[in-house]
Design a protein around this ligand. Structure first.
Ligand code: ZN
Length: 385
């Protein structure tokens, strides 16, 4: 495969120790990987060259929390919520009905369309969860659809208890940890559980996570979104890669996260779309917790695919600096997926890159809602918007 030099980079933000930020930079892509990074004046020969005309280049966004496999739309629920009705976890069940009725092809095509939307907005890695099938066959179909589109697939059979198990939730946990897990694990890297009021309690969540670990999956937890609860402590106790949402945290929760490898993944688009309080990112960062930002893209509570939107919210509403928010949406997401080959621009990393129509990444928050993504490279392949 031919090598390509990207020259004329006005500002390169790498998240790597060697060149954290480099003005007048260049880099070389070879075989889908970064082969060289440095000052423009020293760029080595390559088979082809592309001049970025002073644009800023950052790592491609890593969206480490999405629910892309679903059918239907919940705009009426959103409209009602904006008129004052509260969000409850039970709203998920209406998407379950639509998802079960959709064909495999419809599920894959719909998720693929959202993934294309994300790539155009600069997202080069997307974690995709199941969780709207909630039967063995429909969770397996969802996992297969996600697996066609991403290597980062998460089994979320424990999203909510489906209507037909409403009176016997422990039987549903047996199903999730038994036949459903066995059917889905071959297509998944991770297992997740919604540990919150109206979903699963600490004992049920622990049972689900331990079964997933026994099946070879890494752990993630939907934790402390709707109120204070045991989710974050459980995530830390089990060395989960990520505790997601983290809106309602005690001092002990923050301390536990700070002393762990568990990333706090914040999902401000969900708080935006449910008109809920935002998590206190400043408190987490000041305590030394690793923070990631992700979209939570789903039809109920956060129907956006845009990482720049989440970065803008994080800066305006959660008091993250622009640099912290961009790190959280790239390197932070990679850490939440326990990856060191993405979210960073360094020799040997995947050539997943974004060029901005802006001189600095501050513009992602400074110019909210403006399409600033000039070009995206995924594994070295350019997509020009
Ligand atoms: Zn979620």
């Amino acid at each position: 495969m031919a090598s390509t030099a990207l020259t004329g980079i006005g500002l390169l933000v790498t998240h790597d120790a060697e060149y954290a930020e480099l003005h007048d930079a260049a880099l070389v892509i070879d075989d889908g990987l970064i082969a060289w990074v440095g000052p423009a004046a020293q760029v080595p020969d390559a088979d082809a060259a592309s001049d970025l005309d002073g644009r800023c280049v950052i790592p491609g966004f890593v969206d480490s929390h999405t629910h892309l496999v679903f059918a239907g739309d919940r705009s009426a629920e959103f409209e009602a919520r904006m008129a004052g009705q509260p969000y409850t976890a039970g709203g998920i069940r209406s998407t379950v009905v639509a998802t079960r009725a959709a064909s495999d092809q419809q599920l894959t095509a719909h998720a693929g369309a959202l993934l294309a939307e994300m790539l155009a907005a600069g997202t080069t890695t997307t974690e995709i969860k199941t969780g709207y099938g909630l039967s063995t066959v429909d969770e397996q179909r969802s996992a297969q659809a996600a697996h066609r589109l991403s290597d980062e697939v998460t089994f979320l059979g424990a999203h909510v208890v489906p209507a037909e198990y409403a009176e016997r939730p422990d039987e549903y946990v047996d199903l999730v940890t038994g036949p459903m897990l066995a059917a889905c694990a071959p297509y998944c890297r991770w297992i997740d559980v919604f540990c919150d009021a109206g979903a699963f309690d600490a004992d049920q969540a622990r049972t689900v996570l331990q079964a997933g670990r026994a099946a070879g999956l890494g752990l993630r937890v939907h934790a402390n979104q709707l109120g204070p609860g045991p989710g974050v402590q459980l995530a830390v106790e089990l060395d989960a890669a990520s505790a997601d949402h983290c809106t309602h945290l005690s001092d002990a929760d923050v301390e536990a996260l700070a002393g762990s490898r568990t990333v706090a993944t914040l999902l401000p688009a969900a708080d935006f779309s449910t008109r809920s309080p935002y998590p206190d990112a400043r408190r987490l960062l000041d305590a030394g917790v690793s923070v990631a930002l992700a979209t939570d893209c789903n039809p109920g509570t956060a129907y956006t695919s845009s990482m720049p939107f989440c970065i803008a919210l994080a800066v305006r509403e959660m008091r993250m600096t622009p640099a912290e928010a961009v790190w959280a949406g790239t390197a932070g997401g990679a850490r939440a997926l326990r990856r060191d080959d993405i979210g960073v621009i360094k020799v040997g990393a995947r050539a997943d890159l974004v060029a901005l129509d802006a001189p600095t990444p501050v513009h992602l928050a400074y110019r909210p809602g403006v399409p600033l993504i000039a070009a995206t490279w995924k594994e070295g392949q350019p997509l020009t918007v």
